[in-house]
Design a protein around this ligand. Structure first.
Ligand SMILES: N=C(N)NCCCC(=O)O
Ligand SMILES: [Zn+2]
Ligand SMILES: [Zn+2]
Length: 312
């Protein structure tokens, strides 16, 4: 197999020139095989508050122009280890959530690569988990979010950005011995939200736990729970404090710093990561690309973990 084709060389073509693919990588149709595909899902019809995450994929691609090829903290050059390419966007119906969920699942299943998906609102995690579970069986889940997203329905709707992980448990997509939320905080509808979440099998590391226990202890606990299981990581960018990610639809005070989030992700090196998403970037509320840059770095770290795994 030929050497991976990497990003456009920023010493020859200025990084602010040309149309944006993720990290200035080639498109999937420009390479002969793909190990890791970055795919956008510009869908936000499942939101309960501010809309705008449909523009997330484009914003994260723009925010990824400054990423460089070597990751010092993980000691890996992800784009040289494996072929990473940008698969463009999945076109789905903004007027029919059920149809969009089907479209996303089938598109995800049709891409012959491990996916790092850029949302889009959190509704899209359900079809992505369906695709992952079809390939790997029930997966362990690390869910970074201010919110539980295990609510039942909104206005009677089952597929929304507040409900994907309840649906995923109901559909048997998750290995419920190994499902955890990280970074939750903020007011709930009632105490029963937590009881129901626990009943579904979820463990919780709150945002305050990360601050009190520290990153290393949290990583140890999460890794123990995950063990050797195939792992899906879903990152709702609102897990970050609004100071670190203002550009999102349902912001909650008291969140993680981007440094804490990136360090927890780096602590997952060696896990059997099989797919990941970064969702809920809504650029209309962003400032100076703070959120888009944070999300681009999160995606870069996820890709680096996948590159390290594939190379083993
Ligand atoms: N941002 C996500 N995914 N979910 C937030 C749902 C919060 C709510 O509607 O009460
Ligand atoms: Zn959230
Ligand atoms: Zn969420």
């Amino acid at each position: 197999m030929s050497e991976p084709r990497g990003p456009v060389d920023s010493s020859r073509v200025p990084r602010f020139a040309g149309p944006a693919t993720f990290a200035r990588l080639p498109r999937t149709d420009e390479v002969d095989h793909v190990d890791v595909a970055v795919v956008g899902v510009p869908f936000d019809s499942g939101v309960s508050y501010r809309p705008g995450a449909r523009f997330g994929p484009a914003a994260v691609r723009e925010g990824s122009r400054l990423l460089r090829p070597y990751h010092p903290a993980l000691d890996v050059s992800p784009f040289a280890q494996v072929q990473v390419a940008d698969a463009g966007d999945i076109a789905c119906n903004p007027f029919d959530i059920g149809e969009a969920v089907e479209t996303i699942q089938h598109a995800a299943e049709s891409i012959d690569a491990t996916l790092v998906t850029i949302g889009g609102d959190h509704t899209i995690a359900l079809p992505l988990l369906r695709a992952a579970a079809r390939k790997h069986g029930p997966v362990a889940l690390l869910h970074f979010d201010a919110h539980l997203d295990t609510w039942d329905t909104y206005f009677g709707a089952e597929y929304t950005h507040g409900t994907p992980f309840r649906r995923a448990v109901e559909e048997g997509l998750l290995d419920t011995e190994a499902v955890s939320h990280v970074g939750t905080r903020g007011p709930l509808y009632g105490k029963s939200d937590l009881d129901e979440d626990r009943r579904l099998g979820f463990g919780i590391v709150t945002s305050a736990d990360v601050m009190r226990r520290g990153v290393d202890e949290v990583v140890d606990a999460l890794r123990q729970r995950i063990g050797g299981r195939p792992l899906y990581v879903s990152v709702d960018i609102d897990v970050l404090d609004p100071a670190h990610a203002p550009g999102t639809g349902t912001p909650e005070a008291g969140g993680l710093t981007s440094r804490e989030l990136l360090e927890i992700l780096r602590g997952l090196a060696g896990a059997d990561l099989v797919g990941a998403d970064v969702v809920e970037v809504a650029p209309a509320y962003d400032h100076a690309e703070i959120t888009a840059v944070a999300a681009a770095h999160v995606a870069y770290d996820l890709i680096s973990l996948l590159a390290m795994k594939e190379k083993q």
